[in-house]
Ligand binder design. Structure first.
Ligand SMILES: [Fe+2]
Length: 398
């Protein structure tokens, strides 16, 4: 048996953003982020709402991944404005902030900090949402898949962790994928978010649950992303490549929202909270090492991914090693630094606090869907291998 959880409506294609008026109810609170996304809102979203006579208000959140203060502040703004629709327009940070704040708009009696920590520790225990507002999300990057996913990631600065809050109730009601919203994405964000999407697809595909729908979506996402990410990176004005990357993003989001992600995400959440590197960047640089560790438990699936990418080798084992090398080369092509370079300046912290870091990785809920269950010693070895730039698991046996 498997389930498919998704928004009730997904609108995909050029000018999809104009469809928002079909699904939104007035008054609308538009949640957005930094300068680029605010510009998108004023040029492409507000005119649509004005033309239809909707009441709306725009609130911006500080750029960067949201912490609990952002959620607290945003939920207060929601309570003050009482929207019937929350319209999140931005990257994953904006949509995640809107999702988490929505919980406390619907349930103002809940205390933000303690309840978010509780939801993080107890996935799928959120109270009922949607009695006050529905949530519409339009992504302006192609990678997080947040507009079709059950996840919201919120930083807990005091505990130095990122908390994925997981619950199907968090999946937006309507997701809008308009590639024109991604055209102005800078090169580095194109690379990081694109690799985040590819990581979602690969981690979902090899994840422990069986879900044919999710696996179809994952394979389709891999196929599209490897072809189009280098094109979108090389020329941001290539609307066709942008469109295809938005499609890969959507499929990858649908895939991981059913099956979960895996160890690249668990480690990335912890190292990202400690060292501040962007989510997609860490995922991209960690993924080859995680595959090296996981491969023994999901050989056929990794070999299938290699084949989809178009890699060739005479044995399944060689295909997996080719996949690891391929991902390293793709990172280089996208100017994504290697994990050993990223961790070099944090070597002391990593060595001194490795027990705490491993404990936090073990606590991250994304680890539950990883195909290989790591021990504490495994994780220490994996982190040290990544910090040294060495493949010490599957590749060594080749
Ligand atoms: Fe991700």
């Amino acid at each position: 048996m498997f389930w498919i959880h998704s928004p009730r409506t997904i609108v995909f294609g050029e000018n999809a953003v104009m469809e928002v008026s079909k699904y939104a109810e007035s008054p609308i609170l538009i949640v957005t982020g930094g300068r680029r996304t605010r510009e998108i809102v004023s040029k492409m979203v507000e005119p649509v709402l004005e033309e239809r006579g909707f009441d709306y208000q725009v609130v911006g959140i500080p750029s960067g991944e949201p912490n609990m203060e952002v959620v607290e502040e945003l939920s207060k703004q929601m309570i003050k404005y009482s929207p019937k629709t929350i319209l999140a327009v931005g990257g994953g940070s904006v949509i995640d902030a809107a999702k988490a704040s929505w919980i406390f708009y619907e349930h103002p009696e809940l205390e933000v900090v303690s309840e978010l920590r509780r939801f993080y520790e107890n996935p799928f225990t959120l109270p009922t949402l949607r009695s006050k507002a529905l949530l519409i999300a339009a992504e302006t990057t192609s990678g997080t898949g947040s507009s079709v996913s059950r996840a919201a990631v919120i930083r807990d600065d005091e505990r130095r962790v990122k908390m994925p809050i997981l619950d199907y109730k968090l999946c937006p009601d309507v997701a809008i994928f308009d590639p024109q919203l991604t055209i102005t994405m800078p090169k580095d964000i194109t690379a990081y978010s694109g690799m985040d999407a590819l990581t979602h697809a690969i981690e979902a595909y090899v994840g422990i649950k069986n879900n044919d729908f999710a696996e179809y979506c994952a394979i389709r996402a891999v196929d599209i992303a490897v072809e189009n990410l280098p094109k979108a990176y090389a020329n941001g004005d290539n609307l066709e490549a942008r469109k295809m990357m938005h499609l890969a993003n959507m499929y990858a989001g649908l895939a991981f929202s059913q099956k979960g992600t895996g160890l690249a995400h668990s480690i990335s959440h912890v190292l990202g909270a400690r060292y501040g590197y962007p989510h997609g960047l860490l995922n991209a640089s960690l993924l080859p090492y995680v595959i090296d560790f996981n491969a023994i438990s999901a050989e056929e699936k990794y070999a299938e991914i290699a084949t989809i990418i178009g890699l060739e080798a005479s044995t399944m084992e060689d295909l997996i090693v080719e996949l690891i090398f391929y991902l390293n080369r793709l990172n280089e092509r996208l100017a994504i630094p290697s994990i050993d370079d990223l961790l070099e300046e944090h070597e002391d912290d990593l060595n001194r606090n490795i027990d705490d870091i491993v404990r936090d990785i073990m606590r991250d809920p994304t680890i539950r869907s990883n195909p290989r269950k790591p021990s504490i010693e495994d994780l220490k070895k994996l982190l040290r291998s990544a910090a040294e730039g060495e493949f010490n698991f599957y590749s060594l046996t080749m």
